[in-house]
Design a protein around this ligand. Structure first.
Ligand SMILES: [Fe+2]
Length: 353
């Protein structure tokens, strides 16, 4: 009888529990709800609601082999709320305390919140919180150029899923180069930083686990190649994304190798789509479209490529900075020599290993 009841309980828990990442608990002081794990094949409560959380507590969980954590479905929102409260607090107090520690915390919370946003892209409050936090991050970063390199290495070591980390890494590098090379006025740099950060929100259309596949299928590649258009559709008419920002997003893979492959393979005809804000783009992401590429798009594109190449993926190791810069030289060296020079000058001082 007892065993049967226990089996029923376990079955019921399996249906009601949802996975969470241990990363979501790092910046919380108190457990907002009961946390469960798996012990000897059975769901077991590991931490009780209102119990203290600390680095040591989380380390003990990992040491005991509890990498997989769960909460009841109805409690999921309690964790999200706590993370977002922490994000608001750190965003409001970025300039107080140690600049590196504050910035590191904000970047990590922003990345965790990015996952929540990708699961609920039509939520205006969520988008607004993320955008306001990113804007504050930018204003902090341009005034603290000396901590960018340390932030870069620390952030890489956090090992966020690359889908959520890639926009942060490419935007961090973009910010450093724009500021060092004095490429644009501050307002333009801010708009471009925010544009860069949200450019991949269209990737939310594909389940995160699909991105972990070693070899993407042709259909996955097509889905991936459409994410720029999907990002525009999600952001069009929301917050303060201007037509020029949406244009940059729509074309942020103009130099992408994957899109070149798709272009040469695809035989479907190109069709111009006009968004609510008047942005024109091709439905097949034609590589040889009529869009006139400016410095803004070139910078967002190239830093996106460099960030992707110098960081690891589940199916490959990180590539060398030299190789990334050599590819960029081939892609933009002739047509955009000044932009290429600015990028190389920055990386001479800032050297990803
Ligand atoms: Fe992208």
């Amino acid at each position: 009888m007892g065993q049967a009841f226990s089996a029923l309980m376990q079955n019921s828990m399996g249906l009601k529990l949802r996975p969470i990442s241990i990363r979501e608990l790092i910046y919380l002081d108190i457990c907002p709800c009961d946390i469960y794990g798996i012990s000897q094949g059975l769901f077991t409560r590991l931490l009780s609601q209102k119990s203290s959380l600390s680095t040591e507590v989380l380390r003990d969980l990992i040491r005991a082999g509890h990498a997989q954590l769960f909460v009841y479905h109805q409690d999921r929102q309690l964790i999200i709320k706590e993370i977002q409260t922490s994000l608001v607090q750190v965003t409001r107090s970025l300039s107080i305390g140690d600049p590196f520690e504050k910035c590191k915390k904000q970047m990590n919370l922003l990345t965790i919140n990015m996952e929540y946003l990708y699961l609920d892209t039509i939520n205006d409050d969520l988008l607004s919180l993320q955008a306001q936090s990113v804007k504050n991050l930018f204003l902090f970063l341009i005034n603290n150029l000396e901590i960018h390199e340390k932030l870069f290495y620390d952030y890489i070591n956090q090992k966020h899923h690359y889908i959520f980390a890639q926009p942060m890494i490419s935007s961090l590098l973009l910010c450093g180069i724009m500021k060092s090379a004095k490429l644009f006025p501050v307002r333009e740099m801010e708009a471009l930083f925010i544009t860069s950060f949200f450019k991949d929100i269209g990737m939310s259309a594909i389940p995160t686990e699909n991105y972990d596949k070693k070899d993407l299928s042709d259909s996955d590649k097509i889905l991936l190649s459409n994410h720029a258009q999907h990002s525009v559709e999600i952001l069009d008419g929301r917050l303060s994304f201007s037509p020029s920002s949406l244009n940059v997003i729509a074309h942020h893979h103009e130099f992408s190798i994957i899109n070149k492959e798709i272009h040469f393979k695809s035989s479907k005809s190109s069709q111009k789509i006009k968004s609510k804000s008047g942005v024109l783009f091709d439905t097949d992401e034609s590589f040889e479209g009529s869009y006139m590429i400016g410095t803004e798009t070139v910078m967002v594109c190239t830093l996106d490529i460099i960030a992707a190449m110098i960081t690891p993926r589940p199916w490959r190791a990180a590539e060398k900075l030299f190789d990334a810069l050599d590819l960029i030289r081939i892609q933009i060296g002739d047509d955009f020599p000044q932009e290429f020079k600015s990028i190389v000058s920055y990386f001479k001082k800032f050297k990803p290993k």
